[in-house]
Design a protein around this ligand. Structure first.
Ligand code: SF4
Length: 337
């Protein structure tokens, strides 16, 4: 993709569950495919939202993007450099250019350190000025009183703590920030303020974001494109306005039909979904969504759809694959198994 800052190609991450002692003794190990065959490119300066139900693999993918998680297969490329298997001691340059902000602002901060100490340590990674004035300036950048340099995390509110986390990420002057549910632990009244701050910072510093969230309203507000994940795979990826106006994948329809929409013109018809999310230990054959899909038909239970271009977006669904292409599609999907 032209001018992509971050590119993922065929990324897979599997966790092994060794189960009970008896299961271990019998050598019975189960595999969970947390992330499977993910291709994704994030352009410079854009915000891509990553959505899906709990356990769909979005946080694993987000952590893999900043090399906090290893992957089993595939490539992670940052600004043209393949960083998939680069040793941590050689990743110093990358740590200055890519950062992550976590969901829980409390646990992300060291409660025994003053804010100044934490910011100074982050500034030291970059080199240059890490004095008190520079720490105060960082706090001002995220809308906090510079006098907070002398405070400890427990003396701040949840929203203030998250602003400190954002300031710490900014200290290394990154180009790319993964925002892993950054407002979901905050009061609704504070969420909007932090989202506005993130937008302002993006404009000011030309940042690129991956925004992980289960809140589709927040994603619509902040993101340029949205990637929808189901059981470790991206099933729809496209511009936010197109996907929200007319979701192409039935799972995206399901997610959007559950969103409270005050504008009747934008409201999606509630769709009936069958059953529960399948066990990730034993994903269904064919399309992983077929046991729940209200639009399931002929090939769905046997052939797994591959993510393919559909108008302005990519979709993994047989509804949008001409019958003649389904076999090819299935071959591509099988080759990734
Ligand atoms: Fe539903 Fe079939 Fe599309 Fe899967 S491939 S989402 S089961 S219609």
């Amino acid at each position: 993709m032209r001018d992509a800052l971050v590119e993922l190609a065929g990324v897979r991450k599997t966790y092994l569950d060794h189960g009970s002692f008896a299961a271990r003794m019998m050598g019975l190990t189960r595999a969970v495919h947390a992330v499977a065959d993910v291709d994704l490119a994030i352009r410079r300066g854009e915000t891509v939202g990553l959505v899906g139900e709990s356990g769909c693999g979005k946080s694993t993918l987000a952590r893999a993007l900043v090399r906090l998680e290893s992957v089993d297969e595939g490539d992670i490329v940052f600004d043209g450099h393949n960083i998939t298997n680069v040793a941590e001691r050689k990743l110093g340059w990358f740590r200055k250019r890519a950062q992550i902000v976590f969901q829980d602002p409390q646990s992300a901060l060291n409660r025994s350190l003053k804010i100044e100490t934490m910011l100074a340590r982050a500034l030291a990674l970059r080199g240059g000025d890490r004095g008190r004035d520079r720490c105060a300036e960082l706090l001002r950048t995220v809308g906090l009183d510079p006098g907070f340099v002398d405070r400890y995390p427990h003396e701040l509110s949840g929203g203030q703590r998250q602003r400190v986390n954002i300031a710490r990420a900014l200290a290394v002057e990154p180009e790319f920030i993964v925002l892993d549910e950054p407002v979901s632990a905050l009061d609704v009244s504070i969420q909007a303020q932090v989202l506005n701050l993130l937008q302002d910072l993006q404009e000011q510093f030309g940042l690129t974001y991956l925004f992980v969230s289960h809140d589709l309203n927040v994603v619509r507000y902040l993101c340029d494109r949205v990637a929808v994940m189901y059981l470790g795979r991206i099933v729809e990826l496209g511009p936010v306005e197109d996907v929200y106006a007319a979701p192409a994948h039935p799972y995206t329809e399901l997610l959007l039909s559950a969103v409270a929409e005050p504008d009747p013109a934008l409201r999606h018809e509630a769709i009936q979904v069958r059953g529960e999310v399948p066990s990730p230990f034993a994903p269904p054959p064919g399309c992983p969504f077929h046991p729940r899909c209200p639009r399931v038909f002929g090939p769905c239970s046997e052939m797994r759809p591959h993510l393919a271009a559909f108008g302005t977006r990519d979709v993994a669904c047989h509804l949008h694959t001409p019958p003649a292409d389904r076999a090819t599609n299935q071959e591509k999907a099988s080759s990734c198994d």
